[in-house]
Write a new protein. Structure first.
Length: 131
């Protein structure tokens, strides 16, 4: 998830310095709440997108990708941000046949971000859900 983002076609998977800066800003008191909310929101988006892709629910795909775009942008998950944008545009253009294939890399990065949040929680002694 971390490391050199130079040359990454869709942006880096995660700008760890940016992610850690958010935790620093939250401070020891707010870090647990921030990580818990991130985990809950990302897990909810993943479950909602899984169902929306399965059901070809375009409005739900667009709603959930808007949330994912906002969160991924805030935490420095550049590639996930761009993948969510692509999925959102495909839903807007009603490209039904393309949605499952476009969702796969998005879901993989979302899964990895959830795992990163869980790992950060563990470092702070916060037990987060199974993801």
């Amino acid at each position: 998830l971390s490391g050199g983002c130079e040359g990454a076609q869709l942006g880096c998977k995660l700008d760890v310095a940016r992610f850690e800066a958010l935790l620093d800003i939250a401070g020891p008191e707010g870090c647990g709440e921030l990580l818990s909310r991130l985990h809950e929101d990302l897990s909810t988006v993943r479950a909602s997108l899984d169902a929306a892709i399965r059901d070809a629910d375009l409005s739900e795909i667009r709603a959930q990708t808007h949330i994912l775009i906002a969160i991924s942008g805030a935490v420095g998950a550049e590639r996930l941000y761009r993948l969510a944008e692509v999925l959102n545009i495909a839903a807007k253009r009603r490209r039904m046949a393309d949605l499952p294939a476009l969702y796969q890399p998005c879901r993989a990065d979302l899964f990895d971000l959830i795992k990163h949040v869980e790992g950060a929680g563990a470092r702070y002694g916060i037990r987060l859900g199974a993801g």
